[in-house]
Each structure stands twice: as C-alpha cells, then as structure tokens.
Design a protein around this ligand. Structure first.
Ligand code: ATP
Length: 477
C-alpha cells in the first residue's frame, strides 16, 4: 500500500470513529480484535445498504423470496457442508512472538516488498504448493526466502498446520450431555436446509432464489484492515435454484446483475473488476469475485459461485431426506443446481466509507484557504438525508423548522439543529454525509422559501418551503 493510501485509510478509520460510524468493540476494555460496533450513523448506513440489497433481490425479482434462519444449526449441517473437514487455513506460528499467521498472507506480505517479477514468481510457487497441500514445501519456501515475523523479527517458525475457522460452543446445560455446535461461518446453509420448506410453502417454481441477510462468524487469524476482515460479520446471500445444465447461463446472468447492483450505488465503474477463480473449489464449476479498489488495493466484496448440486446432494445424503424437485415442464425429478451470490455487508460499508471520504481545500474570498472533510455518500444510502437548520434560535425560525421536520421525517431521516454558527453546522453534516441541508431565515417568514444547500457542490438555492419534502425525495431517487 502506498503511504498516501495508507494515510487515507487511517484517516477513514479515525473519521469513522470520531463521527459515529464504527467503533472498536468494547473499547473501554481496549477492544476485541477484529470485532467492531456500528455507531449511530454507521448503523443507519448499514441498514440502508441492507434494505437496498433486500429490496433489489426480493421485491424486484418475482422469483426470489427471503428467509431469516437461526445462527445455530444442527451440527451435522457442518459435516454435510464440508466445513468440519475443510474450512481451515494453513497457519504457521512464530515461536518467539507467539504470533500466528495464515501462510498465504505471510508470504503475500513479504512478496509486496519484492520487485514485481520476483514477487509473482514467489506467489506462483506458493499457489502451486497450496494447491497440492504441500505444507512442508510451504515451510521450506518461507525459510528459503528468510521471511521473518513482523513482531519478533525472527524466522523461528513452527510447522505449518491446518486451523479450523469455525467457532464452537455447547448446547445444553450439563457439560457431559451437551453437544458441540457451531456459530455459522456462512448464512448459505440455512437456505439449503430450508430449500423444500420454502419451495413448498411459497409454491416456488424452478428457477427461483432464496435470499437471506445475517451474521456469520469466522475465527479469522489475520484480522486486520478494519471492517474488511472481521470475526463477526454480516453476509447478504442468495441461492438461485435452477435446472441442471442451465446453471452456467444463470451464473452469467447473476454475474452481470450483481455488478450492476454495485454500480447502481453510484461509484466510479473503474473501481470495480471481476476476478475469475482459476482454482475452483471442488463443488464449483465456475466462480468469480467482484473486487473493489480499496485504499489497500483491489479486494473481494462479493463472490458469485456456480455450486452445482453439491450442497443439496450432501444434505440429502447426510439427512436421509429427499431434497428434490419435480419439474412439471420436463416431467422429471432432480436435485436442482445452485448459483450463489454472496456479498459482505460490512465490506460494502467499507466500500462506501472509503470511497466517500474526501478531503477538500476550499479557496475563500479573502484569498485564504479552508479545508473540509466531506463524506460523499450516495444520497439513497446516506444515514441522514436532510438537516433542518434555523439560522437563529429566535423570531419563530425554530418553529418553522420543527414544522418542516414534522412533514419530512415520515418520509426520510431528518436531523434538526439550531446550535452553533451555520458554517460549523454545515461542516458537521458534511462529515457524516448528509446530502441536503436547509436553512430557515427571516426571508422565510416573508416569502415562505428556504435555502437548500447541496453537500457535494456546496451550492445553495432558494426553494419554496412547501416543496422541501418533494424536492429531497426526488433527489434521493
Ligand atoms: P476472503 O478470501 O476475503 O477471506 P472468502 O472468499 O472467504 O473471503 P466468502 O466465503 O466467499 O469469502 O464469503 C462471501 C463474502 O462474505 C465475501 O465476499 C466478503 O464480502 C464477506 N466476508 C467473508 N469473510 C469475511 C470477514 N471475515 N469479514 C467481513 N466480511 C467477510
């Protein structure tokens, strides 16, 4: 990461905390690594993104319905899904610092310090070794390159071991009788096990999808980069069930459809790219990531996977219950194939926070310069849409402001404030990304107009007071 990008990223993290977007979890106890809490404006932003996704996926697609499955599931779920046996990453510990690393992250970190050609040769070697799970080869690669621990500065490494990323806990009160259960590491399995319940109760016909938003938990080893990689996070997933043989067409469809959704947020197209998976998971016959250019480089925000009939087939096998669909059009029973779209809600929040954060220098009339930090959050997902700011705390101006507030708050999130100089209030609204402010002044009493100020351009114009709601609604669209 170039140092100015790193500076920008650090500035985004500091801003997110100072202005009520994201706090470290239980901060008074020094926080909990890779766990975060959303503050007043962060939780609004997150809810707006969640709602925008949900509406797009369910309300706007006649053949997709939602569910809300529990976080705890029968433990066999995770045997069938392959998570008990396979959901692990190769790790290595430094004996001196006791720090544990994911080997790919350790090697990638080292590769970043090398010239491009050497780095890519090293990464190719690493990929080849990981593909055949040659862990002693990986350890050799680490020693040959004299890769050191960033904390202890030594190369005193343990062997490479597999480490399962699922959190486990006990169900039941008496330890001897209790069952080990897992906190779900993805929401998808709640959809697969409910496939028939949903299909029958909502009378769905293939092709159809099931959408879900919810928490997932992974004991991530290298948990840095703020809300990019968390131990508790939220996913927005959709599993699309289709006739075997049609899955690659649907895969192409969803690939484009999901990219369009990202673009509809309003950020520049050049910030997104597809990254096709070369090495496919054993159950997939096509997979792609939608990557976004964060301040620390292009990274995955969403995965689109053609998962064949792997999941339903495995659940059928492990549960002994038929998970099939009778297709009246071809008069056949089959296990449907699945195309999955899986996006991280927190990562999408990070897309919005890092891309909206802007530091601006504003020339002033007297020749000096002013600076402002403005969050250019797309209006449709901005936490607060409209700030209502009477210029003075007297002469009936607050009462007019309150009346406008009453009319508008039913429609969108409004914020009322009468304290401090107007310039200061504008800056505070800029800092939390409020796209529109209106001020009420003495002229309002004469001609029933108010001044609307636009966050990004800082332009101002007078509009009729009676039209505030309608104008803001129109602009949010
Ligand atoms: P990565 O390679 O970055 O670990 P992944 O390929 O394991 O991600 P998936 O299992 O495909 O991720 O999960 C789907 C989506 O869930 C990801 O695209 C990402 O947006 C989100 N996600 C996964 N792990 C985390 C995490 N630890 N913190 C925040 N979001 C996550």
């Amino acid at each position: 990461m170039a140092s100015n990008d790193n500076n920008k990223f650090q500035a985004v993290i500091a801003h997110a905390k100072e202005y009520g977007f994201v706090f470290p979890s239980s901060e008074i106890y020094d926080g909990l690594s890779a766990v975060y809490d959303y503050g007043p404006w962060g939780s609004e932003l997150k809810k707006n993104i969640r709602d925008y996704w949900w509406k797009n996926m369910t309300q706007m697609h006649e053949n997709i319905v939602g569910i809300d499955a529990a976080i705890f599931m029968h433990p066999t779920t995770w045997k069938a899904s392959g998570h008990v046996d396979n959901f692990s990453d190769p790790m290595i510990d430094n004996r001196d610092s006791k720090k544990r690393y994911r080997v790919d992250h350790l090697i990638e970190g080292y590769a970043e310090t090398l010239p491009t050609a050497e780095a890519s040769a090293l990464l190719t070697q690493m990929d080849q070794l990981l593909a055949v799970e040659d862990f002693s080869g990986i350890k050799q690669l680490i020693s040959d390159n004299k890769i050191k621990c960033g904390v202890s500065g030594t190369a005193n490494w343990t062997d490479v071991r597999q480490f399962n990323l699922m959190f486990s806990t006990q169900l039941g009160s008496v330890a001897e009788e209790s069952d080990t259960i897992y906190l779900r590491p993805e929401t998808a399995q709640g959809i697969f096990v409910n496939f028939l319940n949903v299909q029958k109760s909502a009378r769905m016909k293939i092709p159809f999808g099931i959408a879900q938003v919810g928490k997932a938990f992974r004991n991530e080893i290298v948990a840095r980069q703020f809300i990019f990689r968390m131990r508790e996070f939220e996913q927005m997933e959709m599993q699309f069930f289709c006739r075997p043989g049609t899955e690659l067409e649907w895969y192409e469809y969803w690939k484009q459809e999901r990219l369009n959704w990202h673009l509809s947020l309003g950020f520049d197209k050049s910030k997104y790219r597809f990254h096709d998976h070369v090495k496919l998971a054993h159950y997939a016959n096509a997979a792609v990531d939608i990557e976004f250019e964060f301040p620390f480089g292009f990274k995955e925000v969403e995965g689109i996977h053609s998962r064949t009939d792997y999941d339903l087939r495995r659940h059928q096998e492990f549960s002994g219950k038929k998970l099939q669909y009778f297709d009246p059009e071809i008069n056949k029973n089959y296990i449907p194939f699945v195309v999955e779209t899986s996006i991280g809600l927190d990562r999408t929040c990070l897309v919005v926070l890092s891309e909206s954060y802007t530091e601006e220098i504003i020339p002033k009339e007297n020749g000096t310069k002013d600076t402002r930090v403005v969050m250019k959050i797309p209006p449709k997902i901005a936490p607060i849409k409209l700030a209502i700011l009477p210029l003075l705390k007297k002469d009936g101006l607050p009462e007019i402001g309150r009346d406008i507030m009453k009319v508008c708050r039913e429609e969108f999130y409004c914020f009322y404030e009468e304290k401090d100089a107007i310039g200061k209030r504008y800056r505070r609204m800029d800092a939390i990304g409020t796209p529109f402010c209106i001020t009420i002044d003495h002229q309002t009493k004469e001609d029933e107009t108010v001044t609307i100020r636009y966050r990004d351009s800082m332009e101002q114009e007078r509009i009729p007071m009676a039209r505030v709601k309608e104008i803001v609604k129109e602009k949010i669209k």
